[in-house]
Design a protein around this ligand. Structure first.
Ligand SMILES: Cc1ncc(COP(=O)(O)O)c(C=O)c1O
Length: 491
């Protein structure tokens, strides 16, 4: 309310949702713009609740305390009654908007109640309907070339189970037809070779693949994530640092990508065969600063992995499920052969990895295993998400919204070359980011945006990233652009 008069002149008031708006279909009462009830965010109620929570839970990263029952569509409500256009979306993990009626219907179904109160240990006692739930949802959404899935519990777990599959796959090739030896069995119990593998997973500088023990060893984005935690001595390859605008730096960027491919191949060659079990790469290094590379670079990675019989894992935990303007971001590359594994989580709510080679399933049960091995309740939600995305053409619509937003964002940023640079994510849906001259300017801009009722996230050292829902439309983009124009002026 407070700043409503200040916002009155803004472009969002003149924009209305177009016919065919999926947001209007789902959320007839979605706010038309931010609603600000307190002078600052977090407001007093948010702060008081957070103080109480802090007595029992480490909440020092809290932006504000949210009221999810009053959050609708692209708007998140906080405890004080502020309603913000959410372009961060629970760290990139809300696909269909808050309080989506179709997800609510799925949540209230008998199928869901059964999945929730009778949670199965899926690898031992799978439910009669698990195959169908997977078939109609997670597997229906499988990237080209993939027809199998292993379900997991989080993005980190998805990656770690993929790593385990890779290690067991490569060890099986080395072992050939013989069984495990007595020495392998005994040394495994001492955490030693040959029973424990000396294999490695190669990741890229500035990559982020999670924070559990195995995945953290492949994460290379920020030291603070890794400090004090034991790590595997695994290699990292350089990731291209592209120059922008891309059209003015074609040759320099090609040379940079070739430099990285050469380094990547020589690292692989420095290990004995089958020792680099797999490489893991994000289509866009999101946490590490939204670093992009060209389709040719990723094809180069694929060629080198095939040449050296190293598995290629594409980590689509953040890029997957439509935001890039393709359901899976690696579909932008048109690879000549599909990657060996594709991991997912976040916007799909369920987690796991896709694969197609049956040898990625270990030779015995219980080798890839935990109590739950996924969660049917999350698989039901993933099914609904997939079906809604298809029904409403949300991937195509996200591509169109990105195409509407990108040039206008470019024009806004172009007015402030002293503050912002390196806009990226053209023709990549709403998966867009740009840099600031320093972290202070970035952090101030994010605070200014929140004060205008728009929640945007940072990434890397100096970047802002857009991670809205798949029902973020041109009218929402207008709200964002208006707030950004004002915030940049205030910087
Ligand atoms: C690309 C990528 N991989 C893996 C992860 C880890 O996922 P989770 O936090 O669910 O373990 C993230 C989380 O941000 C991610 O962005």
């Amino acid at each position: 309310m407070l700043r409503l008069s200040r916002l009155l002149s803004k472009r969002w008031l003149s924009s209305s949702k177009p016919a065919g708006s999926t947001a209007a279909h789902y959320f007839p009462h979605e706010p038309k713009g931010p609603h600000l009830a307190t002078d600052s965010i977090p407001g007093p109620k948010s702060q008081a609740l957070n103080d109480e929570l802090g007595q029992v839970f480490d909440n020092r990263a809290t932006y504000f305390v949210s009221d999810y029952t009053n959050s609708v569509g692209n708007y998140i409500s906080d405890a004080d009654g502020n309603q913000l256009l959410d372009m961060y979306c629970q760290i990139s993990s809300i696909p269909l908007g808050y309080s989506n009626p179709e997800l609510l219907k799925a949540a209230r179904s008998d199928e869901m109640a059964n999945a929730l109160i009778n949670r199965p240990a899926l690898a031992c006692f799978p439910s009669t309907d698990y195959k169908q739930i997977l078939q109609d949802g997670i597997l229906a959404a499988a990237p080209p070339g993939h027809n199998k899935v292993w379900t997991a519990l989080s993005g980190s777990d998805a990656n770690e189970t993929a790593f385990k599959a890779a290690f067991m796959y490569q060890a099986a090739i080395k072992r050939g037809s013989r069984d495990f030896s007595a020495e392998e069995m005994a040394s495994a119990m001492e955490n030693k070779a040959p029973g424990c593998s000396d294999g490695v997973i190669l990741s890229f500088d500035k990559g982020f693949h999670g924070r559990l023990f195995g995945s953290l060893s492949t994460t290379r984005s920020k030291a603070i994530h890794k400090l004090d935690i034991p790590a595997f001595p695994w290699p990292k390859a350089p990731f291209p640092a592209l120059k922008y605008p891309l059209s003015e730096n074609v040759q320099a960027n090609q040379a940079e990508e070739q430099r990285c491919l050469d380094a990547f191949e020589s690292i692989i060659e420095s290990y004995p065969p089958h020792t680099v079990a797999a490489i893991i790469v994000e289509p866009v290094q999101a946490e590490g600063g939204d670093n992009h590379a060209s389709a040719a670079f990723f094809q180069g990675i694929r060629d080198i992995t095939l040449k050296h019989k190293v598995l290629m894992i594409v980590d689509e935990v953040q890029t997957g499920v439509g935001a890039s303007g393709k359901f899976w971001a690696h579909e932008h590359w048109n690879l000549t052969t599909p990657p060996d594994m594709v991991t997912f989580s976040k916007k799909f709510q369920a987690a796991g990895f896709y694969f197609h080679d049956k040898n990625l399933q270990p030779n015995q049960p219980y080798r890839q295993f935990n109590t739950w091995c996924g969660d049917p309740s999350k698989a039901i939600i993933a099914k609904t998400i997939y079906q809604e995305v298809v029904k409403h053409g949300l991937v195509e619509k996200t591509a169109a919204t990105g195409a509407y937003l990108y040039p206008q964002l470019q024009a806004v940023l172009d007015k402030h070359p002293d503050k912002v640079l390196n806009l990226r994510g053209e023709n990549f849906g709403t998966f867009i980011a740009w840099d600031f001259v320093d972290a202070g300017a970035r952090n101030k801009l994010l605070a200014e945006m929140r004060a205008r009722g728009v929640n945007v996230g940072g990434c890397g050292d100096v970047s802002a990233r857009l991670r809205p829902t798949l029902v973020f439309e041109n009218s929402h983009a207008d709200v964002f652009l208006g707030a950004l124009e004002d915030s940049l002026k205030a910087l």
